[in-house]
Design a protein around this ligand. Structure first.
Ligand SMILES: C[S@@+](CC[C@H](N)C(=O)[O-])C[C@H]1O[C@@H](n2cnc3c(N)ncnc32)[C@H](O)[C@@H]1O
Length: 204
């Protein structure tokens, strides 16, 4: 485990505390409270979504970074549904085809090394008709903000453990063969470097 990963994991929850108590927390609840059946969450980080699942039969969290994963245990008492934790990266999931009713990705498509490989795996393990629910930063990038984000991205990527500022999650989801059912781009009270954000539901 690198020193960068250790530092990122230790600052992640304190850095996000205000947002989690405000708009991020509300978005997580809105996206996840009614998700049903057996659910897979990719890149679960420190387990920020755990408290927001209310209707799932069971949730499997995958998080490849040991420093982030180690922090999930402290959030397990907040769970109201059964939670399992594994270490699989999104692009090498150790699950059978069609084995989940829903897959969740929040603030993670910015960071996976290869969006197409990750979403191909997500699509493989999702049952036909199953939903991918996502909440991400980045969307259609244009104008002065986009130019600035492109310039700063190489440095940001180092500090943010691989996080990209200029990806377009919707384009990745559609390219992976999902059908978008609901999609919203929004500009919350968050640092300009990360805006806009987007939220969506797509179906296999
Ligand atoms: C910005 S954090 C988001 C954590 C969490 N999903 C949330 O909503 O707070 C990005 C996470 O993606 C994880 N990650 C990096 N590479 C990954 C991969 N190949 N597959 C799955 N997750 C990955 C990182 O370890 C990190 O925990």
């Amino acid at each position: 485990m690198s020193i960068g990963q250790r530092i990122f994991a230790s600052v992640y929850d304190p850095m996000n505390r205000a947002g989690e108590a405000g708009w991020v927390g509300r978005r997580r609840t809105g996206l996840l409270a009614d998700v049903e059946g057996v659910v897979l969450e990719i890149g679960a980080g420190t387990g920020a979504n755990i408290a927001h699942y209310r209707a799932a039969e069971r949730v499997v969290l995958t998080e490849p970074c040991a420093a982030m994963r180690a922090r999930i245990a402290a959030k397990l008492p907040l769970a109201t549904v059964p939670i399992e934790v594994t270490s699989a990266p999104a692009d090498a999931l150790e699950f059978a085809d069609d084995s989940f009713d829903a897959v969740v990705a929040t603030l993670v498509l910015c960071t996976v090394p290869d969006v197409a490989s990750a979403l191909a795996e997500v699509r493989r393990v999702l049952r036909p008709g199953g939903e991918l629910r996502f909440l991400e930063h980045g969307a259609e990038h244009h104008g002065r903000r986009a130019a600035w984000q492109r310039r700063i991205e190489p440095v940001w990527r180092r500090v943010g453990q691989g996080c990209r500022l200029t990806r377009n999650p919707r384009a990745g989801v559609e390219a992976a063969g999902f059908e978008i059912r609901r999609y919203e781009v929004f500009d919350p009270k968050a640092p300009a470097i990360l805006r806009p954000f987007c939220e969506g539901v797509a179906v296999k």
